[in-house]
Write a protein that binds this ligand. Structure first.
Ligand code: ATP
Ligand code: MG
Length: 440
């Protein structure tokens, strides 16, 4: 068999070398080995070693105690920081969450055995080649996510691995081995014990992957029932409306597939119709309507994202996109300027959401509506090119001008500026100091 060769970055082989010369074992390990074999660019390079943290710190000049309790030291080189972790066996897990203790070991195989999936449990050394005691290479070739050892035990130890299984499946386009998948289902409930931040991070990686439709597995395995139960409601909300061809859940998955793989956009897609179940009403012809579902949806997104500890900017952007995803633009320039005023720099993202949403509906509706969106985009580009004023900051009149013209500072002033802006949004030619002050 031909020997597998991975090209290791200079600083990583320097670290391995230096540890070896001091008498310790050292290997590149985990995600970087997996990604190198797959021809993907590794996010970061991790080194695993038989040296204890104190010994690692003796060997390298500059280090940071990143996770010293768990054996991780960051070695600082000119090129950046690299995590070096001592071989370890994770001790008893408390509550499917954290190992209550870790034990260091001098055996690489023990260290590989504590890792989550076979494809993540390979190590590589420039001279020795690949160390693969759990046949990760076979699973890479067969495109399978398989737990190391007995799946039930591994998910019971750490329930976050449930999310990680789906996340890697979505990122790599791999299937989850049936036995591992069965175990995911069995332990989905124990995700309740995992911190929201950790779930959030894995969820974001899952949905902003090349295969966001893998999210369906989160529903089928009972994960959404724990982390986003409203998605289960969407899956059971039909939309009997000639524009629609799916239930709200399937439609949502389709919108995620249709939108670029960006965190903000994929989140907006995932959450955009969460307000539908609560706003559904069926008319006398049996047709479903969802009046003002965007308002309910934006509200839902805001609350859920806050619970999941998303940062404030993300919460604001995503809920704004959702609030306007059903915004009926009047198809003239004035209408588009008003919309730009509302969503600001998110307007191009809103167009992407509108397109993705439209593509996930019935074909004849899609064609008509896509033409409308094209038209709105043309208007948007024209407005941007001309530099029409679309917000109060670019109004030709400022608060200071109003004061100089004799208006008393206070809420009245704000109201006047709003009225001036309204006029300018309708007609950009009105944005001159002479004209606007003349209107006072
Ligand atoms: P990414 O490319 O997203 O960084 P990764 O595989 O490197 O993927 P990390 O979260 O950076 O994932 O973890 C590095 C390695 O540590 C994994 O490849 C795996 O071997 C191990 N690992 C990480 N989290 C767990 C876990 N919860 N249980 C077991 N092993 C884990
Ligand atoms: Mg990593």
């Amino acid at each position: 068999m031909e020997k597998l060769v991975i090209s290791i970055p200079e600083p990583v082989s320097y670290i391995i070398n230096k540890l070896n010369r001091a008498g310790y074992e050292a290997y590149a390990v985990g995600g970087c080995v997996r990604d190198s074999i797959l021809g993907r660019t590794p996010q970061d390079w991790d080194v695993t070693t038989s040296a204890l943290p104190a010994q690692v710190k003796e060997i390298f000049h500059k280090t940071i105690d990143t996770g010293i309790k768990h054996g991780t030291v960051t070695v600082l080189l000119f090129e950046g920081g690299f995590e070096v972790t001592t071989y370890r066996i994770d001790g008893i897990y408390e509550d499917s969450r954290h190992p209550s203790e870790v034990t260091f070991t001098s055996n690489l195989r023990e260290d590989l055995r504590r890792r989550d999936f076979t494809i993540n449990a390979m190590a590589y050394h420039p001279d020795e080649g690949l160390i693969d005691p759990f046949n990760g290479m076979d699973d890479l070739k067969e495109k399978v996510i398989r737990a190391v050892g007995v799946p039930d035990e591994r998910f019971e130890e750490d329930a976050l691995r449930i999310m990680r299984a789906l996340r890697f499946s979505a990122q790599l386009g791999f299937a989850i081995d049936p036995e591992t998948l069965l175990s995911v289902k069995k332990f989905a409930q124990s995700l309740r014990l995992i911190s929201r931040e950790r779930i959030r991070d894995e969820l974001l990686k899952l949905i902003s992957s090349p295969y966001p439709e893998t999210f369906r597995l989160a529903y089928e395995t009972g994960i959404t029932a724990v982390i986003l139960p409203q998605f289960d409601v969407l899956m059971n909300t039909p939309q009997n409306n000639p524009h629609h061809i799916y239930n709200v859940g399937d439609h949502t998955l389709s919108v995620m597939e249709n939108i670029p793989a960006d965190k903000k956009l994929r989140l907006a897609a995932l959450l955009h119709d969460m307000g539908k179940p609560e706003t559904r009403s069926t008319d006398e012809n049996g047709v479903d309507h969802f009046l003002d579902h965007h308002i309910k949806g934006a509200e839902f997104a805001e609350n859920w994202m806050r619970e999941m500890r998303f940062d404030n900017n993300m919460i604001k952007d995503v809920s704004t996109l959702i609030l306007y995803h059903d915004f009926l633009f009047s198809k003239d320039e004035s209408g588009v300027r008003h919309a730009i005023n509302k969503v600001g720099s998110l307007f191009p993202d809103l167009l992407l959401l509108l397109r993705a949403d439209t593509l996930a509906k019935s074909a004849d509706y899609t064609e008509r509506r896509m033409k409308k969106i094209d038209h709105i985009e043309d208007l948007y580009l024209k407005i941007k090119e001309r530099g029409d004023c679309t917000d109060i900051k670019h109004l030709a009149v400022t608060g200071a001008d109003l004061i100089a013209a004799g208006v008393k500072p206070g809420p009245e002033m704000g109201r006047i500026l709003e009225e001036m802006l309204e006029e300018v949004l309708c007609d950009p030619a009105a944005n001159t100091k002479e004209y606007l002050l003349g209107r006072l």
